[in-house]
Design a binder for this molecule. Structure first.
Ligand SMILES: Cc1cc2nc3c(=O)[nH]c(=O)nc-3n(C[C@H](O)[C@H](O)[C@H](O)COP(=O)(O)O)c2cc1C
Length: 327
């Protein structure tokens, strides 16, 4: 059957889905281009953080998440897609191409699409209710369906060891890293910007600064922020991939968003405690010794969440290119 091309409204729906994806410090390190009804996802090198993300690993994760969100957008229009990661070897910043195919989309995707707008990184305390084990199973399935492993860190020594690695990494942060972050997190010009993390999304300052909540504005004075005790035993999980290549970073991003929106559906909120992944030796220690996985890509703090405000996004006109091919 011949299908009519996407209308401008339908294109907008796909792009709004894509740009709702999470990204480090809300840098939104992506731009998009239409090729007919197929969507190209590109990494924007100007938005990759030189200090915190020198290899662009986290920018790839963000673009993988954007690609997965775009897949959900297509699915909500009844369209199945085929995803090619790094489809042009001579263009390393061309992250993914989503091609519309004749087959119907995965029936679970439409439901997930409706959870996209309420997904948030939640740096507020979680409720003192455990995540139901069946829901944890759904999160594991979501990661597995995208070719990764969500390792829920359950047993005591492993849990304590991960917390220790997070603490050690927090202690290693230098001024350069904090300066870079200050340009994005509660930045002086935040009110005029549509990127970065605004003060309202920082959450309260944790009473115990050695816990699993990452205080993105540590050492800075943010008026009206307040200090609170957080839940004592958040669920910690590590998203692991097979190896540490750009393709696997994109795979991790797709899985990350699938896990997060699956959680959103069931009231599970997440924030990230990735500090230990920013130091190669600690990152190796975070990973498991699992045979088929064993590369840590994200550390998630998970729990039953309360509502938190959204972060801004740039207008679509800023992120849709004709841009030149070789950036
Ligand atoms: C690769 C990646 C790394 C991130 N690292 C952290 C982190 O270490 N700490 C944190 O609090 N948030 C982290 N975030 C969450 C971002 O700050 C968040 O996605 C962004 O501010 C947009 O907000 P939203 O997720 O609510 O849409 C990370 C997100 C991504 C995709």
């Amino acid at each position: 059957m011949i299908r009519a091309p996407l209308t401008p409204k339908q294109r907008e729906r796909v792009l709004r889905a894509a740009t709702s994806a999470p990204s480090k410090h809300n840098t939104q390190p992506w731009w998009f281009r239409w090729d007919g009804d197929d969507l190209e996802v590109h990494i924007d090198p100007e938005r990759v953080l030189p200090r915190a993300d020198p290899d662009g690993r986290e920018a790839h994760i963000a673009c993988g998440a954007a690609a997965f969100a775009a897949r959900l957008g297509y699915a909500s229009l009844g369209l199945g897609t085929d995803t090619a990661l790094l489809p042009a070897p001579h263009e390393p910043l061309y992250a993914a191409r989503l091609r519309v195919v004749g087959a119907a989309p995965d029936p679970r995707f439409e439901t997930l699409y409706w959870s996209l707008p309420s997904r948030r990184t939640n740096r507020a305390p979680f409720r003192d209710t455990a995540i139901p084990s069946l829901v944890l199973e759904y999160l594991r399935d979501a990661a597995r369906d995208e070719g990764t492993w969500l390792r829920v860190v359950g047993r005591e020594p492993a849990y304590e060891h991960l917390l220790t690695l997070i603490r050690v990494a927090t202690g290693l942060e230098d001024d350069y890293l904090r300066e870079e972050r200050a340009a994005w997190v509660d930045a002086p010009d935040a009110r005029h910007r549509r990127d970065g993390v605004p003060a309202r999304s920082l959450g309260p300052r944790p009473q115990d600064p050695t816990g699993a909540v990452r205080d993105l504005a540590v050492g800075r004075d943010t008026p009206g922020r307040g200090t609170t005790a957080f839940e004592r035993h958040p669920t910690l999980a590590v998203l692991e991939t097979r190896d540490d290549t750009p393709v696997q970073w994109l795979v991790a991003g797709q899985a990350l968003l699938r896990v997060l929106v699956t959680g959103t559906r069931y009231g599970v909120a997440a924030s990230f405690a990735n500090q230990a992944l920013e130091y190669p030796d600690l990152r190796d220690e975070v990973a498991s010794e699992a045979k088929h996985f064993g590369t840590a890509q994200m550390v998630l703090r998970l729990g039953m969440g309360t509502e938190v405000p959204p972060t801004p996004r740039r207008p679509l006109s800023d992120v849709v290119g004709p841009r030149t091919r070789h950036v």
